[in-house]
Design a protein around this ligand. Structure first.
Ligand SMILES: [Zn+2]
Ligand SMILES: [Zn+2]
Length: 258
């Protein structure tokens, strides 16, 4: 399984790094995981968007979903592709996304995209890739995603505060791609719906993962500080989700080169 970072900036794209988006590939299966602002063009550099097997949207904050409308335009108005493309979204997101496109049931939006709501505990298969979903702690319904293929496992936090299903789902994962939106040590005034880099490290340690990749770091933050804080809580390998980085995930002997 291959993970390519399309973008990883929190909240908004920066001039050099789109918002959150990842391409997960296994064999001939391609899955676009979060469609943050700026990631559609990054995706299109790597694969024909018309050949995507599925899209996973962790939640409907714009830094995770806005470029779904780029895919919609590509499929609806050309060059098009193998439609409909399945789009897995959290509870309530199907109507929310369709409303932006003013899409009725017969609208072309619903001809080219098959938007399917999933809830924590659900699992789906996309080709020979298994995807399971858990609860993230966020102001809107949000998902933690675990992807398993060829004996390798990748867990993506989406946006989440402490709690929910992240720790349980991360257990034993080869790679934990974890948000680290906040720096420093949590106190009573710390925002409850994101994680600190230290908490990302603690989650990796608790789950016994092979490798931690910190992501969703704001444009005004220093990723090196986030790396250092996460590494202080996790003795394993820690990387940063830099735009364009590629991680080969191959079970317990992953040869990640990012
Ligand atoms: Zn976000
Ligand atoms: Zn969010």
């Amino acid at each position: 399984m291959r993970l390519t970072i399309l973008g990883s900036t929190a909240g908004a794209p920066s001039r050099s790094n789109p918002a959150s988006g990842y391409l997960v590939q296994h064999g001939d299966v391609s899955i676009w995981m979060d469609a943050g602002t700026g990631t559609f063009m990054e995706l299109a550099e790597l694969v024909d968007p018309g050949t995507l097997d599925a899209v996973v949207i962790s939640h409907t904050h714009v830094d995770h979903c806005s470029d779904l409308f780029g895919l919609y335009g590509y499929l609806a108005f050309g060059p098009s592709g193998d439609v409909p493309v399945k789009v897995f979204v959290p509870e309530g997101a199907a109507d929310h996304l369709a409303a932006f496109a003013r899409a009725t049931a017969e609208h072309i939006f619903n001809m080219v995209l098959d938007v399917l709501e999933v809830t924590p505990g659900d699992s789906v298969m996309v080709g020979d890739v298994g995807i399971s979903f858990g609860e993230a702690i966020h102001p809107v319904p949000a998902l933690v995603t675990r992807i398993e293929a060829g004996g390798a496992s990748l867990v993506y936090s989406g946006d989440t505060g402490p709690g929910g299903d992240l720790m349980e789902m991360a257990t034993g994962a080869d790679v934990l791609l974890c948000e680290a939106s906040l720096d420093g040590i949590r106190n009573e005034r710390t925002y409850p719906y994101h994680l600190t880099a230290i908490e990302a490290g603690e989650t990796a340690a608790w789950g016994g993962v092979n490798r931690l990749i910190v992501t969703h770091i704001g444009a005004l933050m220093d990723p090196q500080q986030s790396l250092d804080e996460a590494a202080g809580a996790f003795a394993g390998r820690v990387g940063y989700a830099a735009r364009g980085a590629v991680f080969e995930i191959d079970g317990r002997s992953d040869g990640a080169n990012g």
